[in-house]
Write a protein that binds this ligand. Structure first.
Ligand code: S3P
Ligand code: PEP
Length: 444
């Protein structure tokens, strides 16, 4: 364990660049590994989760190598084996802490003639895999899972797999992507029906790599995504934009720390990811988009964020999928806003790296915030900008191997009287290895 007390600091001033988008980084390596030829990636997130994906694709035959350091992430080359040609790995694939690696790779394996054993850390081993086992079983794959459909588990792929039409029972980009990736090596057309839109990086990138994929949107917003199987993917050159989920910690940090003015460069603003900015603006947050442009087929801008007097709001649950990983840090913003913030419809937060509703309720309460935990959300009465008391000298926030709890509570420490002590900062490296260094650079 690596504990740390995050002390009050600020104002935050300066310009930073956050690492590459985690979702796009995972997919760049996976799709590169399935294309024939060399895919080049710049701005790749070199966090532990993405490195787990890289190791897994190597174990299944692709060449995945770092060729240099870039301004905001690594330069990598991926030489793929071709759809249908993944090799049998010699041993189990250790997915570490990464739900995205696990679920997407289960999809890939499901339609290849290989049997793969997946393992993970204590957090990942508690997370539900039944949500991908169900559709992939319909496609013909078979599974030997631990109790409750959890890791460790073995996937035996089916060849040929059976194309299905599957209506997502949960709003999950990981489940959607697992099915689409399985569909790549499945004869015929595989269709996912998505009643609530989730991040669409898989669709954009599969098309970019040359897959025959169509998306139709019905009058009520339901998305119907169809991929034609036995695809041939063509290698791509990918520039990964900055991760809005990582930028989120610095957006909130600048909004809540008096006197702050920060520019966060090159932040991805795909509409399926940009919910936090919308909610923070509704709360009175001053967030400006500078130099809006496109990077790697995704909308991007530099964000200018200034300290703002935030007010509590009722967050529309419909926006949840567009900011699903940002709720922990939104709860910190709400704890320092004026008035009451009500969130609901957040059951999915209970099955992330930790139960994020319970973990954030406990953490913020320990730091002196006024939190009511409900079944599907938190109700938070903010301080109106006054610092939180912080954690007592003998108390530590429990991060439960969850990077987002650790980083959110680091932000809470900035606007606290006595600082906030977290029990373990190691999980931060899963998604944002230089988080603490960037925080220190802005605090001067
Ligand atoms: O597809 C992806 O890259 C991700 C999807 C989301 O998970 P769910 O699909 O479980 O909502 C998100 O929480 C995760 O960080 C990344
Ligand atoms: C939920 C997350 O990631 P994953 O599901 O890939 O572990 C996250 O990064 O917040």
């Amino acid at each position: 364990m690596r504990p740390r007390r995050f002390l009050p600091a600020g104002p935050l001033k300066g310009r930073i660049r956050v690492p590459g988008d985690k979702s796009i980084s995972h997919r760049s390596i996976m799709l590169g590994a399935l294309a024939v030829g060399e895919t080049r990636v710049t701005g790749l997130l070199e966090g532990e989760d993405v490195l787990a994906t890289a190791a897994a694709m190597r174990a299944m035959g692709a060449t995945v190598e770092r060729v240099g350091a870039g301004e905001s992430g690594g330069e990598w080359r991926v030489s793929g084996v071709g759809v249908g040609a993944l090799l049998q790995p010699e041993g189990p694939l250790d997915m570490g802490n990464s739900g995205t690696s696990t679920r997407l790779l289960m999809g890939l394996v499901a339609s290849h003639p290989i049997a793969v054993s997946f393992t993970g850390d204590a957090s990942l081993s508690k997370r539900p895999m039944g949500r991908v086992i169900d559709p992939l079983s319909e496609m013909g794959a078979s599974f030997e899972a631990s109790e409750g459909g959890r890791l460790p588990l073995i996937v035996r792929g089916a060849t040929p797999a059976v194309p299905i039409t599957y209506r997502l029972p949960v709003a999950s980009a990981q489940v959607k992507s697992a099915i689409l990736l399985a569909g790549l090596n499945t004869p015929g057309e595989t269709t996912v029906i998505e009643p609530v839109p989730t991040r669409d990086h898989s669709e954009r990138m599969l098309k970019g790599f040359g897959a025959d994929l169509t998306v139709t949107v019905e009058a009520d917003g339901t998305r119907i995504i169809t991929i034609k199987g036995e695809a041939e993917l063509k290698p791509q050159v990918i520039d990964v934009p900055g991760d809005p989920s990582s930028a989120a910690f610095f957006i909130v940090a600048a909004l809540v720390t008096p006197g702050s003015e920060v520019v966060i460069e090159n932040v991805g603003l795909n509409p399926t990811r940009a919910g936090l900015v919308e909610v923070l603006r509704q709360m009175g947050g001053q967030i400006e988009f500078l130099s809006e442009r496109e990077v790697g087929g995704e909308p991007v801008a530099d964000l200018l964020v200034r300290h703002s007097a935030l007010k509590g709001i009722t967050v529309d649950p419909a926006i949840a999928p567009a900011m699903i990983d940002e709720f922990p840090v939104l709860f910190v913003a709400a704890s320092l806003a004026e008035g009451v913030t009500v969130t609901s419809g957040l059951d999915e937060l209970r099955v992330k790296e930790s139960d994020r509703l319970a973990a954030m309720a406990a953490a913020l309460t320990l730091a002196g915030a006024a939190i009511e935990e409900r079944e599907d959300g938190l109700v938070i009465t903010g301080t109106g900008g006054a610092p939180l008391p912080g954690t007592a000298a003998d108390a530590q926030v429990t991060t439960h191997l969850d990077h987002r709890i650790a980083m959110s509570m680091a932000v809470a420490g900035l606007v606290s009287s006595g600082g906030v002590e977290v029990d373990d900062t190691r999980p931060i490296a899963t998604s944002f290895p230089n988080f603490e260094a960037l925080l220190a650079s802005l605090a001067g």
